[in-house]
Design a protein around this ligand. Sequence first.
Ligand SMILES: [Zn+2]
Length: 482
Amino acid sequence: MTPRTLGEGPGGPGLPLLAASAGYARWWSNFWQIWWTRAAGERAVAAARRERCAALLRHARAHSPFYRELYRGQPADLAAAESLPVATKRALMARFDDWVTDQAIRRRGVDAFLADRTHIGERYLGRYIVWKSSGSTGEPGIYLQDDAALAVYDALVAVQLAAPDLAAGCAAGLFHGGRAALIAATGDHFASVASWERVCRSAPGLAAREFSVMEPLDLLVAELNAFAPAYLASYPTMLTLLAEERAAGRLRVAPALVWSGGEFLAEPARRDLERTFGCPVLNEYGTSECMSIAFGCSAGWLHVNADWVLLEPVDADYRPTAPGATSHTVLLTNLANRIQPVIRYDLGDAVVANPEPCRCGNSLPAIRVEGRRDDVITMAAAGGRSVRLLPLALTTIVEEAADVHRFQIVHTGGAKLLLRFETADARRRQEVFADAEQALRGYLARQGVAGARIALDAHPPATDLRSGKLRQVVVEPGHSRR
Ligand SMILES: [Zn+2]
C-alpha cells in the first residue's frame, strides 16, 4: 500500500524498539559493529558500504537468475552499484522465482503461505519472515527476510535508540512498566505486524499489544487508556489524531517514547507531537524493501543508514539529482538482504539530499522525503459528531475487499465518496466497485457515519500533477482537509 513506511505499505512502523529483548545471537555483534563504524567517521562508513555492496553484487549474480541476466555484459568484478541497470518492482515481481537466491523459495508456495493469516509472524519454510505491501507505486510486492537481515534491521534501530535523548526515553519507558502499543493495519502479513509478532513470539514476557487502525477512535482511546503504554508506535496520521485526543483530555496515556513511521511526517508536525505527548518522537523512514533506511534527527532531517543502505536520489531518467534539488525517485540498495536482493531498486519516493553538513552533527548523509501525502477524510457522524477517517484504514479496506492496488478514493464533500479504479474493463470495474463499496459501508457504519453515498467514477485514478504519483485518498479542493 501507501508510503506507509514513508514510502510504503501497511508495513508501517516496525517494532525494533524491543528487539533487544528478543535475544538474537547476531544482535550484539551487529550493534557494536554499526556503533564503531560510525564512530570512526564518514570514511569508515563508506568503506563498510563499498565492501558490503561488492559482496551483495557477487552473491546476487551467483545465485539470482534475474540479476545474472540483468548484469550480463557488465564487468566480471562488480565493485560498485552506481553504474548498474535499475531494477523495478514490476520486473522483479514478474520473475519472483528468478529474483530470490534460495531456489527452495517458490512464488506458489509463498502465495499459499500468505493466504493463511494464521501464519502471520511465522516463518515460511521454517526460515523466512514474509510480508507483503504494494508500496508507493501501488503494485503488490512480497518480501522475505532471513535472520541475518532481521538482525541488521534490529541493530540499526537499536543504535538510533542509543542516542542520548532517545535512550532516556527508552529507560523511562521501562521504568513506567515497559508496555508497548503498536497501532497499525493489523490482521494480515504486513511488515509492521509481522515484525511485531516476531518480537512478541520470541520474547513472550513482553507487555506488547497491537491495536487496529480500523477501530473507531473513541474505542481505541479507551483501550489505550486501559493499557497505558510506555511506548507508542504508529503512523503520523494516527499519532496526530491521538495527540488531539490527548490535548482534549480524553486520551490519558503518558508515553516515554513515540515511534512514527509508515507515512510522511513533516518536522513541524513531529515537534507538535513531541509537545503534546511530552516525550521524544522518533521518525523512521523504512519500507517493506528495507525496514530501516533512515531515521530522524533534531534538525528535522533523516539520516541514511549509509553503512547498510545505498540510497541514490535520481531524476526521471535515473541520473543523479544534485543535493538540495527534489529527486523524481530514489534508488534503494539494501545491503542486509541476501535472500531477495534489492539493488538499485526504484522506490518511487521523491527526496531532497541536504547540501550542507547537518546541524545536528551527525555525519551520515541527510535527506528529506517528499512522501506521498494522502488526505484524512472528515465526515459527519451520528450525534452531531464528526469522525476522521485515516487514509491507511480506507485503502486497506478497499485492497483487502476488492483485491485491487491502483485505485483512488475521493471525498467530494458531505457524505459523498467517489471510487476510481485503474481498469479498462467496465465489467471488472463494476465487480471491484461492488466489493469495495460493501466493505467501505461496513467500515463507515462502525465509525458511526450514516447515509454515506459511495459512487463509482468511470475515470481512472488521477495522478498528482506536481509529482506525477498516485495519491490514493484525496479530499477535493474546497472540502475539509487535514
Ligand atoms: Zn541531522
